[in-house]
Design a protein around this ligand. Structure first.
Ligand SMILES: Nc1nc2c(ncn2[C@@H]2O[C@H](COP(=O)(O)OP(=O)(O)OP(=O)(O)O)[C@@H](O)[C@H]2O)c(=O)[nH]1
Ligand SMILES: [Mg+2]
Ligand SMILES: [Zn+2]
Length: 315
């Protein structure tokens, strides 16, 4: 970095957060309001990539008019959500879609659609691989009741994930969800129909996201667009929810085959105890993970999901 003064050519330098990015334009929230910005040429030269600035980035902006600015610098990211994309020569490269993500909210329905532990485990693996905190939202509690819901999700609480039981019908868990979202940048994901938009509408009345069948149509349309944005939450302490086409498509997330066992967080205490380095924890003798399974310290269904993913990562 140069020792550029805070006031460059008579124009104020501002700090801001990228709220929206589309085709080279960035909407940045600053203390003087939201400015529509482009990237300074110098930045583009330094780093030839599509993710120089993404939503969630903290940036330094020079205001050039009451409504426009130029992004001068991007602050190093604390965390990021990336997906794999095909780079030059067909080599996989990382494509950052949200920066400074504080947590991933994995929304599941207790029923309608049926809860799929397999899918949740997959999401958790992907969150762990990105080293992002994950929160499990067990929605539609009203359809099954407390006891049944806990039978489905308690295992996740036991291995250390926060689990929030919610219903947009009864209002259960909504205050807890709001408290979790306040002051953080969150990514909300989960399959179609689980109630993501309904939850956000209850968290923030007035948001007016489409739900139900209408939403299915709209979200298909949105998949084809390239807009990524942070939805500002009107909670004490603020908070943002990231909405991007890329994060809904799970297959595009970075998938960590080598570190798969580590991504099952309850396996971690045992990983250094196996007899063989590079143990797959499936058939080797003196495997500490299998021993923990036999003792009941590792949940059998979680272990089975590990074996299936390990043997068949793409299915
Ligand atoms: N019984 C019950 N139904 C719910 C609840 N939350 C949402 N629903 C219903 O579930 C359906 C799907 O909700 P959406 O909010 O559109 O789901 P979504 O996850 O946003 O779906 P996509 O936008 O397609 O990804 C709607 O008919 C909602 O009314 C709940 O807590 N209980
Ligand atoms: Mg929706
Ligand atoms: Zn092992």
């Amino acid at each position: 970095m140069t020792d550029r003064p805070l006031i460059a050519s008579g124009r104020a330098s501002l700090r801001g957060t990228v709220l929206r990015a589309q085709s080279g334009f960035f909407w940045v929230r600053t203390e003087v309001g939201i400015l529509e910005c482009t990237l300074r040429g110098r930045l583009k030269k330094e780093r030839q990539s599509s993710d120089i600035a993404v939503i969630g980035d903290q940036v330094e902006v020079t205001q050039v008019s009451p409504t426009h600015g130029a992004i001068e610098a991007v602050t190093p990211r604390n965390s990021k959500l990336a997906r794999r994309a095909v780079g030059s020569k067909g080599i996989w490269k990382e494509d950052v879609i949200v920066a400074n993500v504080d947590q991933v909210m994995l929304v599941m329905a207790c029923a309608q659609p049926d809860f799929s532990p397999r899918m949740l485990d997959r999401y958790l693996v992907l969150s762990e691989a990105s080293e992002l905190d994950a929160v499990v939202i067990a929605n539609k509690l009203d359809l099954v009741g407390d006891q049944r819901a806990r039978a489905l999700f308690d295992v996740y609480a036991r291995i250390g994930y926060p689990v929030i039981y919610t219903s947009t019908r009864t209002g259960a868990g909504i205050a807890e969800l709001q408290a979790r979202l306040a002051g953080r940048i969150s990514v909300v994901t989960g399959k179609s129909g689980v109630g993501k938009s309904s939850l956000l509408n209850v968290v923030q009345p007035g948001l007016g996201l489409a739900t139900g069948d209408v939403s299915a149509l709209l979200s298909k349309g949105r998949h084809t667009t390239t807009v990524a944005e942070l939805i500002q939450l009107d909670l004490a302490g603020g908070g943002y929810v990231a909405d991007t086409p890329g994060i809904r498509e799970l297959g595009l997330w970075r998938f960590p085959l080598d570190d798969l066992a580590w991504c099952y967080r309850e396996f971690r205490p045992y990983l250094d105890e196996c007899r063989f380095a590079g143990c797959s924890h499936i058939h080797e003798p003196d495997c500490a993970v299998q021993a923990a399974l036999a003792e009941g310290a590792i949940d059998a269904a979680r272990y089975q999901s590990y074996v299936r993913l390990r043997q068949n990562p793409s299915d």
